[in-house]
Design a protein around this ligand. Structure first.
Ligand SMILES: Cc1cc2nc3c(=O)[nH]c(=O)nc-3n(C[C@H](O)[C@H](O)[C@H](O)COP(=O)(O)O)c2cc1C
Length: 97
């Protein structure tokens, strides 16, 4: 089997394979920076499709850090909880910001 589909590891993080989805701006949030229904479907589809690690687009840790008005944000507890729910506990894939 190709090495691409074998388990991978980054430090202590185990990956089910070495397929990594690079960051790509989706421009589907809004001023709030919150995850929308679009993101849930978009990333879940890739996760179920088999991607071992998803880098979650251009996600900014403060509003002024965004490179477009519709990028995701990770600067308040609501956003953090949503990301945890969608990505961190996912049994399908792993996620980086
Ligand atoms: C925050 C961020 C956002 C990005 N958004 C896009 C994007 O919307 N479209 C795109 O083609 N590449 C985007 N890129 C670049 C890709 O992630 C990737 O690095 C690029 O396509 C080159 O891939 P390669 O190194 O495998 O050739 C983004 C990169 C970063 C860091």
């Amino acid at each position: 089997m190709s090495l691409l589909f074998k388990e991978g590891k980054i430090e202590n993080l185990k990956l089910k394979n070495r397929v990594v989805m690079p960051p790509m701006c989706m421009y589907k949030s809004d001023k709030s920076g919150e995850l929308k229904t679009f993101h849930k479907g978009h990333y879940l589809a890739r996760a179920i499709g088999g991607v071992g690690l998803i880098i979650v687009e251009a996600t900014a840790i403060e509003p002024r850090g965004r490179i477009s008005a519709n990028d995701l944000g990770l600067w308040n507890d609501t956003q953090i909880e949503a990301h945890k729910k969608e990505f961190i506990n996912s049994s399908y894939t792993r996620a980086f910001i």
